[in-house]
Design a protein. Structure first.
Length: 391
């Protein structure tokens, strides 16, 4: 469900730049669609919420969680993470069967198709980095947006994403696969914001030393809630529930209600979305329009629901945002915007938004206020508000 545009001159420079100073200077000056100056790392942690009972497993709510982060320079020459590395404890016959059912191919074939930029369990870079908490789509999973997570980590962000048990395509608990449960969708709507709040609570503990790799390295004053589809609804709900979330990025989805009208928000939708359709897109546009705080709406003219995922990497003819499709209204055949262009657009605007509202870089605001891809994008801006400075 994942672009790597890198200027040659910058790449050469980044290889010889020192760990913090020169790389940070490069971060300030190069294009927003280029991979960042830092290697990216990824790790899996298992987090247990002792205050909640899971509606499906009837045991303590357990979140298999992925964390992407800026890695030390030593990670530059290490092997990249594989799809199968996302499976805690490795693949047994039962898990292999679940992967085959979900992806229509064995894990070994998914490994061949899948690509990403992160190094598993690479050393965490020295420094302090803002946190983004991501919620996956209905039937998606915690690693459905590696194109986005890898990219943001290379620019100095920590991204935290958990499987919402029972609503994820597959979650591995104690070596057993728990696949998507359609009966759990209502329960998941309740659990998902609580999951995001719990993840933020855990990151606060990590920052205090509960996980020494991240001790003192997390900036938690301007946390962003983000998500795709059902996850976008989750992000919108959680910013209304917990004031620690200071901004929101919502891809191809929205909540039925909207109560936090001031939180800085970046919305994204595909005009040819066949999953949420015209009514879903109308809801997103309405929420953007009613916002009184800073709000940016990015519409991909030739985008669909899965434009904002790694699906390009797994099935290049999936449709609804990936490969060939038919227009929702006229049924006319057409091609959705390519993976490379889509990821370039989504990553660039996401980075500019986070740089402004998580890092306090006011100089990024003009980028957010301009349509840099008029052939592919409709950009709308509403609301006013001051940029908060990150500490």
């Amino acid at each position: 469900m994942r672009s790597n545009l890198s200027l040659l001159a910058f790449s050469i420079f980044a290889l010889v730049a020192c760990e913090n100073g020169a790389a940070e200077d490069a971060l300030q000056n190069h294009r927003l669609d280029a991979i960042g100056p830092y290697p990216s790392g990824v790790t899996t942690v298992i987090l247990v919420d002792s205050n909640r009972t899971d509606a499906f497993t009837k045991e303590l709510r357990t979140l298999v969680t992925e964390i992407w982060y800026p890695a030390a320079d030593a990670a530059q020459n290490l092997p990249k993470n594989k799809f199968s590395d996302f499976i805690p404890g490795g693949i047994n016959p039962e898990i292999e069967a679940a992967i085959q059912s979900s992806y229509k191919m064995p894990a070994s074939e998914v490994d061949k198709m899948f690509s990403n930029d992160s190094v598993r369990n690479a050393p965490v870079r020295e420094g302090k980095f803002p946190v983004v908490i991501f919620s996956h789509g209905n039937g998606g999973n915690r690693h459905q947006n590696t194109f986005w997570c890898d990219f943001l980590a290379s620019h100095g962000y920590v991204i935290v994403s958990a499987d919402h048990v029972g609503n994820a395509s597959m979650t591995i608990l104690n070596g057993k696969p728990i696949t998507y449960q359609g009966t759990q969708r209502i329960a998941s709507a309740v659990d998902r914001p609580k999951d995001m709040i719990f993840l933020l609570d855990e990151m606060m503990l990590f920052n205090k030393g509960a996980d020494k790799r991240f001790a003192g390295k997390l900036l938690l004053d301007n946390v962003c809630a983000s998500g795709m589809s059902f996850g976008a609804m989750t992000a919108e709900n959680v910013v209304a529930m917990d004031s620690r979330f200071k901004s929101m990025i919502a891809m191809s989805g929205a909540s039925l209600g909207r109560t936090n009208l001031t939180v800085p928000s970046l919305w994204m939708l595909g005009e040819e979305d066949r999953t949420i359709g015209s009514m879903g897109n109308a809801l997103i546009r309405a929420h953007h329009a009613m916002h009184t705080g800073p709000s940016f709406l990015l519409e991909l003219k030739e985008g669909g629901h899965y434009s904002f995922t790694d699906m390009f990497k797994i099935n290049k003819t999936f449709g609804d945002g990936v490969g060939p499709g038919k227009r929702r209204e006229t049924k006319e055949p057409f091609e959705y915007t390519s993976m490379e262009k889509t990821y370039e657009i989504v990553n660039s605007y996401s980075l500019a938004f986070l740089d402004v509202y998580a890092k306090g870089k006011k100089e990024r605001l003009p980028f957010l206020q301009k349509n840099h891809w008029p052939n592919e994008v409709v950009l709308k801006i509403s609301g006013t508000g001051e940029v908060r400075s990150a500490e």
